[in-house]
Design a protein around this ligand. Structure first.
Ligand SMILES: Cc1cc2nc3c(=O)[nH]c(=O)nc-3n(C[C@H](O)[C@H](O)[C@H](O)COP(=O)(O)OP(=O)(O)OC[C@H]3O[C@@H](n4cnc5c(N)ncnc54)[C@H](O)[C@@H]3O)c2cc1C
Length: 394
């Protein structure tokens, strides 16, 4: 047993990348690593958009990641439990069924909880793809008789009002991707003519945090493929047949939601949150008041892209920063937000977007065609088979 213990909360994009980077710099003799998550198996979420295209029982198997071998290889103690709170003074984590767990360093990667109950009438039964079981259920709802009026809706993000720039949605990419995949499926089955597809987003423009070229590409693609896009959606109520917005009603008989993002419920009221369910950090993902606490990925209190790519980049910076401070070695460069999307747009084609324009930069790269699609497939296969231990970015 080592003398120090790092605890990682959450075992998806952020948490797995933290583990991988920790083991690059600390051997099992010098650092114990404990990971806590409520799911015993993890899931590669980007692949869940295929609930639009495959049979219900085929949705989860390609993206399910049994983790036992990974934990063993990385000398990690995995605790399958629900985190309920922490005491940053005592450096302890509380869970439902284990005694308090102590840490020398804490890396929080618990993402955002879904705010299903923040809109009247909304709930997981309206259709979702953020967890494996939801995606499977959504695929079942779509399979016997494809709905004629399908709504794809992004819930709003309940962020910190101090975020600059402000963002309206947590994660738009899978919603847009799902709408395009659905349209493609209907067209291939000869059912497109009779079907209506509507995308709803609270953002003022589609692909809010992408750059202008990507927004233009997507607007044209949606228009060409006859998908209506309603921006500035202010949700009042959802019934079995209508999504009621402040200024109109949308009829539907099938729907898919990326639920509102509300931060992490288990953090509420703790000393480390920002008052809105998110964890404040500096550019090194380090908590301003607790130097032994880092937050990476969706849970960080920033308007930065709430995407797997960002979580992985942030994990490296957080670990290298902690390591640098401990060993008096050079610190990494702080995080610079940049959006990176690879979307499957249907028919063996895709869209690649890399942009920091929304965050004040000038870089915007947009590619469409076969290669973005192929790159996305290769990334998924590699990520799932290596259980997230990719040869990560430098
Ligand atoms: C359908 C879909 C498709 C997506 N596609 C892409 C894509 O193509 N590219 C991309 O870059 N991003 C994509 N994203 C976004 C990406 O999945 C998220 O940004 C990413 O998962 C965030 O990683 P994270 O580690 O911060 O948090 P999460 O992935 O949310 O993981 C948090 C983990 O913490 C655990 N946890 C939370 N609270 C507790 C608790 N109280 N007790 C115990 N465990 C807890 C959860 O079980 C979970 O395993 C997609 C998201 C969705 C929903």
């Amino acid at each position: 047993m080592a003398t120090r213990q790092a605890v990682v909360l959450g075992a998806r994009f952020g948490g797995l990348a933290v583990v991988t980077w920790l083991r690059r710099v600390y051997s099992p003799q010098t650092l114990d690593i404990v990971v806590i998550d409520r799911w015993e198996e993890t899931i590669y979420r980007p692949g869940l958009v295929h609930a639009m295209t495959v049979e219900p029982l085929q949705v989860v198997p390609p993206v399910r990641m049994a983790m036992a071998a990974f934990w063993k290889r990385h000398h990690v103690q995995f605790i399958h439990d629900t985190i309920t709170g922490l005491d940053p003074q005592r450096r302890q984590i509380y869970t439902v069924s284990h005694p308090p767990i102590s840490y020398a360093a804490l890396f929080v990667a618990t993402g955002s909880d879904p705010g299903w109950d923040t809109v009247d009438g909304l709930g997981p039964h309206r259709g979702g793809i953020c967890e494996g079981y939801l995606a499977r259920q959504t695929a079942s709802n779509l399979t016997p008789r494809p709905p004629r009026r399908m709504v794809f809706a992004a819930g709003m993000i309940h962020g910190n009002p101090a975020w600059t720039p402000q963002i309206s949605v947590g994660c738009e990419c899978p919603l847009l991707e799902s709408a395009l995949l659905w349209e493609d499926r209907l067209r291939r089955s000869g059912l497109r003519e009779d079907a209506d597809i509507v995308v709803l987003t609270p953002a003022a423009t589609i692909a809010e945090s992408a750059g202008p070229q990507a927004q233009q590409w997507l607007r044209q693609a949606f228009s060409r493929r006859g998908i209506r896009v309603i921006t500035g959606a202010s949700y009042k109520k959802v019934t079995d047949s209508e999504v009621i917005l402040a200024d109109r009603r949308i009829d539907y008989n099938g729907s898919l939601w990326i639920p509102p993002y509300i931060g992490a419920s288990w953090l509420r009221g703790s000393a480390i949150e920002d008052g809105y369910g998110w964890i404040p950090t500096d550019g090194y993902l380090n908590h301003p008041d607790y130097p032994d606490i880092y937050a990476v990925g969706d849970v960080a209190s920033h308007p930065w892209p709430k995407m797997g790519h960002s979580a992985m980049v942030q994990a490296r910076i957080a670990v290298r920063h902690w390591y640098g401070v401990q060993t008096h070695r050079p610190l990494p460069r702080p995080y610079h937000p940049e959006l990176l999307w690879a979307m499957d747009t249907g028919g063996g084609r895709g869209l690649f977007v890399q942009s920091d324009v929304f965050y004040g930069g000038t870089r915007e790269i947009v590619h469409s065609g076969y290669w973005p699609w192929a790159a996305k497939q290769i990334f998924q296969k590699t990520y799932v088979s290596l259980r997230g231990a990719l040869p990560l970015m430098p």
